[in-house]
Design a protein around this ligand. Structure first.
Ligand SMILES: [Zn+2]
Length: 169
């Protein structure tokens, strides 16, 4: 059995649940009023420690926020993680796939997308989004499957620090 969070490179979405109406200041982006529901953030991990290191960062709270998501993480709790292991950078197509969801909308222009053409890398959904639906949308966009396709399916999920982690293949 593979560990739930591999140290290889890949793309991920971390889903944070926000339980109360509140406003968070997100660095230079300024104030972001939050609705009750789920915020989905898309990123990719190509640094040392790969997905495991990056997601461990997102699961804990940063004392010195660096990325936009670090500010949001201070007030919202991780509900789920979706990830895919691969060597190509797919985070922008993941953002595209999320933007096409009927129940998902852009949450804040430029959030996590300061240096790419995407409108945003942060999305909002009133209910917890389904990984199977998202996976179908990725396939429709032609995003290649993950490196662990033989061993795991999207049904495979494990819990890390109480957060359900699903591998997309
Ligand atoms: Zn992008």
């Amino acid at each position: 059995m593979s560990p739930p969070l591999p140290s290889t490179s890949g793309t991920y979405a971390i889903i944070l649940g926000n339980a109360a109406r509140q406003t968070v200041t997100v660095g230079r982006l300024g104030e972001l009023p939050l609705r009750i529901g789920y915020y989905l953030y898309v990123g990719s991990a190509f640094g040392p420690g790969g997905l495991r290191a990056r997601l461990a960062h997102h699961l804990s709270i940063s004392r010195r926020p660096h990325w936009h998501i670090d500010y949001l993480r201070r007030v919202a709790e991780p509900a789920a993680i979706w990830f895919q292991q691969h060597s190509s950078k797919e985070e922008h197509r993941w953002a595209q796939a999320l933007a096409r969801g009927r129940s998902v909308e852009n949450a804040c222009p430029d959030f996590g997308a300061s240096d790419c053409a995407c409108t945003s890398h942060l999305f909002f959904s009133g209910g917890l989004p389904e990984v199977a639906t998202f996976r179908r949308r990725l396939r429709a966009l032609g995003v290649p499957g993950g490196a662990c396709a033989r061993a795991l399916t999207s049904e495979t999920s494990e819990t890390t620090k109480g957060v359900r982690c699903s591998v997309l293949v």
